[in-house]
Design a binder for this molecule. Structure first.
Ligand code: GLU
Length: 461
């Protein structure tokens, strides 16, 4: 550890938009760093130049910002250290820890089949591992394609790594493979650059999914051979789709972009995510409480399932609990005439922002009615509304919901739903919603009168 300070990082490949698996990794690393008063770095693993793009980098940063997961310092780029990665590879090769492998894909496929037929795991057989260096070099010089492999597998020895969620993680080297470090087109796989950059960036803790456990063993081995201290790992359980399969579009795995476009409030995603695999997270909807309550040792090593409905329930709760002013921009995107009073009136009736559209008649007396609302109005009939308007207009100063409806009930003989629903429909446009007393106060004398008149016009036309 550098001065005992915790340093974590989020290291996405900028080859697509931020997805929910990324959000979980970023959030956990961010929570731990913030709680420990440490640093949280952002590093783009952009060595795959053909698939990486600045557009995705910008999008990822925007999405992290939107979530409130701010990083420290300038974002790093793996590609900036290409020369260092290359030097490290040479060093491993010189020490006999990395070697060129010339086996063709076809040969490897045959090896895998043979292993499978014998009930053995599909590991590299080690054919090229003991090629004499001068032979390997001359074959490479002649243009024969090759990959670089890490010489990890051995008849004896162990690799141990420190994982905060597991007592001791120990791999027998005889169980390991010789993974590819550099592909035949010269591109590094993630193993070496990722581990070396962590060491050079002073990363103290790596929180990531347990699908990386074996990768960590290779990385620890490599770091030791390169003379670096490996980080402490926290391999948490994976995030799965609602059906227990890999998270995908079909199982509710959308990108953050899509959720933003659907109007989701960021804290709903953060809250839903922070609770997964972490018992007893409080249900306060604010980042500071989450930071305080985060306990890294309680993170579950079992897989967790993503439930988009739960996230949307947090979203609804946020809508209900937020100050109207903070919701106004999202409502105005859908209803430009909306003001804070309108939001205050309807917010308790919203699950999603687009639900506000149901109440557009509160803002515009001429807003058309849905078919269901129109059926209610037709059934009440123009006569009902005529009586209602004349009672309303009788004494503008005394026009309030209670007096109005009790007089209207008296004259028409209607009560309950038969009396109130046609009024609700005429004033709000919706079949359910805020309390009518509040609706009438919000609309005021003229607002009520205008809506009653327009509904009569519609029924008479
Ligand atoms: N770029 C790697 C990934 O997105 C980083 C993995 C890690 O967190 O070490 O999977």
């Amino acid at each position: 550890m550098t001065n005992g300070q915790v340093v974590t990082r989020f290291a996405p490949s900028p080859t697509g938009f931020l997805h929910l698996g990324n959000v979980r990794t970023a959030l956990l690393n961010w929570l731990f760093a913030r709680q420990q008063s440490g640093r949280f770095l952002l590093r783009f693993e952009d060595t795959d130049r053909s698939r990486s793009s600045e557009l995705y980098e910008r999008a990822i940063m925007e999405d992290l910002d939107w979530l409130g997961l701010h990083w420290d310092g300038k974002p790093g780029h793996q590609s900036e250290r290409s020369a260092i990665h290359q030097q490290a590879l040479c060093r491993l090769a010189e020490q006999g820890h990395a070697y060129r492998c010339f086996c063709s894909e076809r040969q490897l496929e045959l090896d895998r089949k043979l292993a499978a037929s014998r009930g053995l795991p599909p590991r590299y057989v080690g054919r090229c591992r003991h090629l004499a260096r001068h032979e390997a070099e001359s074959r490479a010089m002649e243009g024969e394609p090759f990959v670089w492999r890490l010489a990890a597998r051995d008849t004896q020895g162990k690799v141990e790594l420190c994982d905060l969620l597991r007592d001791r993680v120990c791999f027998e080297r005889s169980d390991l493979d010789d993974p590819v470090l550099v592909r035949s087109d010269g591109r590094f796989t993630f193993l070496l650059p990722n581990a070396l950059d962590d060491a050079l960036d002073g990363i103290t803790h790596v929180l990531r999914g347990d699908d990386h456990l074996t990768n960590s063993a290779y990385q620890v081995l490599m770091l030791h051979e390169l003379g670096h201290m490996p980080p402490v790992y926290v391999h948490h359980g994976l995030l799965l789709g609602a059906d227990g399969a890999k998270l995908s579009k079909r199982t509710g795995g959308t990108s953050v972009r899509e959720l933003r476009e659907q109007g989701l409030l960021p804290m709903a995603l953060v809250q839903a995510m922070a609770r997964l695999g972490h018992p007893n997270m409080p249900d306060d909807l604010d980042l500071q409480t989450l930071i305080r309550s985060f306990d890294i040792r309680r993170l579950s090593t079992s897989a967790v399932r993503w439930d988009p409905e739960r996230m949307w329930r947090w979203h609804a709760r946020l809508i209900h609990e937020s100050e109207p002013e903070t919701l106004l921009p999202a409502i105005r995107e859908r209803l430009p005439q909306a003001d804070a009073e309108f939001v205050r009136l309807i917010q308790a009736n919203l699950e999603r922002f687009e639900d506000a559209l149901k109440y557009r008649r509160l803002l515009d007396p001429h807003a058309s009615l849905s078919r269901e609302a129109m059926d209610v109005a037709r059934q009440a009939g123009v006569g009902f509304y005529r009586t209602a308007v004349s009672l309303w207009e009788e004494d503008p100063k005394a026009s309030d919901w209670r007096t109005w409806t009790s007089r209207l009930g008296g004259q028409t003989g209607l009560k309950g739903r038969d009396l109130f629903l046609p009024l609700r429909v005429a004033l709000t446009g919706a079949l359910a919603g805020p309390e009518m007393r509040a609706v009438v106060d919000y609309l005021g004398y003229e607002g009520v009168r205008d809506r009653m008149r327009t509904i009569m016009e519609v029924l008479e036309s």
